[in-house]
Design a protein. Structure first.
Length: 342
C-alpha cells in the first residue's frame, strides 16, 4: 500500500504513524525486562510516547470521520461500543479465564467486573489487572465519552480558543495531580483531562488536513528534524530536571518530538518498510490489547522449559493480532454499523 495506491494519503500517514507507535510500544515492553546496557535502558522508555501519539491520532480520526459523515452522540458511542469495547471485553474475558486456570495474572471478580463495567478507571488496585498496559483503555474510553461534548464546544469557539482550552485544562489537571501528591497514582496521572490538549490538537489537525490533504508533505524536513531533537531533548530534560512535575508535563514536548520522528520515518522509509508499518497500523488496536498477554505467556513458558522464543515471539504477536482483528474486530464493527445505522 504505497502512497500512489492509497486513495487518501491522509489515511496512509495515519495508519503508518499508528503502526510506528505500536511497534515502539511493543519493542519497549519486550525489552524492558531484559538486561540491557545503560544508554539503551535510558532511551527505551521514550517508546512509551507512542501512547500520546495514539491520543492525537484518535482525536484526528474521530473528528475526520465526524467531518465527513456527521453522526449523533448515540451513533458515535454505538460504533465505539462495537469496535472498541466489545473486542476489549472479549480480550479481558479470555485473559481472565486463562488466568483462573494458570494463575498467569492475579485476578478477582472485582477486577474482572471493573473491566466489564469500566469502574477500574477509578480504582487504583485493579487499574492494571490482566496486564498493566490496559490502563490506557481507561483513558481512551474517557475521551470517547467526552468526544460528543468536545464536538459541540468546538463548533462554538475558534480553533485557537479550542486548543487553548485543552492546554489550560490539561495543565490545570496536572497541577492538581502534582499538588495533591498523586503524581505516581495511575488513575490520577492518566485521567483524560491530562491528555485533553493532545486529543483537541488531533481534532484540529483533522480539520486542517480536510482542507489541505497534502499538508504533511509541505513541512520541511529540517523543521521536523529540529522538532524531533528539541522535543526529545526537552522530554528527557524535564523528567530529569524537575522530577515528578517534569514527568507529568514532559508529554507536551514529548508528543511533538515523537510525532516529528514518526513523520520523518514515513517520509524516508523505503516501500517495504512503509507497507509494514501501514499494515501494522491497521492491526494496532488488537495488537495493543494482546501483546503483553503473549509476552507473559512466552516468558512463563521460557522459564518453565528454558526456551527463548526471540524473533518468533514477535512474529507470533503480529500474527495473533491479525487473527484477532479478522475474527473479532471487523465483525463487531459491522454489527455496530447495522445496529446504529451508521
Amino acid at each position: 500500500m504505497t502512497s500512489q495506491q492509497t486513495p487518501d494519503k491522509r489515511l496512509e500517514i495515519v495508519e503508518f504513524l499508528k503502526g510506528f507507535a505500536i511497534f515502539t510500544i511493543v519493542v519497549m515492553h519486550y525489552l524492558m525486562p531484559l538486561s540491557l546496557p545503560g544508554p539503551v535502558r535510558t532511551v527505551l522508555p521514550a517508546g512509551g510516547a507512542g501512547v500520546h501519539l495514539f491520543i492525537v491520532l484518535s482525536g484526528f480520526g474521530l473528528y475526520l470521520s465526524q467531518l465527513r459523515r456527521p453522526s449523533t452522540a448515540g451513533q458515535f458511542l454505538g460504533r465505539r461500543f462495537s469496535r472498541v469495547y466489545l473486542p476489549y471485553l472479549a480480550t479481558v474475558t479470555a485473559i481472565a479465564a486463562v488466568s483462573a486456570v494458570t494463575q498467569l495474572y492475579a485476578g478477582s471478580w472485582s477486577a474482572f467486573l471493573g473491566h466489564v463495567f469500566l469502574f477500574k478507571m477509578f480504582d487504583e488496585s485493579i487499574v492494571g489487572s490482566y496486564g498493566y498496559h490496559l490502563w490506557f483503555l481507561s483513558t481512551i474510553f474517557q475521551l470517547y465519552l467526552a468526544f460528543p461534548f468536545l464536538v459541540n464546544v468546538k463548533s462554538r469557539v475558534s480553533d485557537a480558543v479550542f486548543l487553548a482550552l485543552g492546554i489550560t485544562v490539561s495543565l490545570g489537571w496536572i497541577l492538581v495531580v502534582y499538588c495533591s501528591g498523586h503524581g505516581e497514582t495511575r488513575i490520577w496521572n492518566s485521567f483524560f483531562l491530562g491528555y485533553l490538549w493532545e486529543f483537541n490538537a488531533g481534532m484540529l489537525l483533522a480539520q486542517y488536513a480536510m482542507a489541505k490533504p497534502s499538508a504533511a508533505d509541505s513541512i520541511p524536513s529540517v523543521a521536523l528534524i529540529a522538532a524531533a531533537i528539541i522535543g526529545g531533548a526537552s522530554y528527557g530534560a524535564l523528567a530529569t530536571g524537575l522530577g515528578g512535575l517534569g514527568k507529568l508535563i514532559n508529554d507536551f514536548p514529548g508528543v511533538i518530538g515523537y510525532g516529528a520522528v514518526g513523520l520523518l520515518a514515513f517520509r524516508f522509509s523505503p516501500g517495504p518498510v512503509r507497507r509494514f508499518f501501514v499494515l501494522t497500523g491497521l492491526a494496532s488496536y488488537p495488537l495493543y490489547l494482546i501483546h503483553m498477554f503473549v509476552f507473559d505467556v512466552a516468558a512463563t513458558l521460557a522459564s518453565a522449559y528454558g526456551v527463548a522464543l526471540g524473533i518468533p515471539l514477535v512474529a507470533l504477536i503480529f500474527a495473533a493480532a491479525w487473527l484477532f482483528a479478522r475474527l473479532l474486530q471487523r465483525p463487531f464493527a459491522k454489527l455496530g454499523a447495522r445496529a446504529t445505522g451508521a
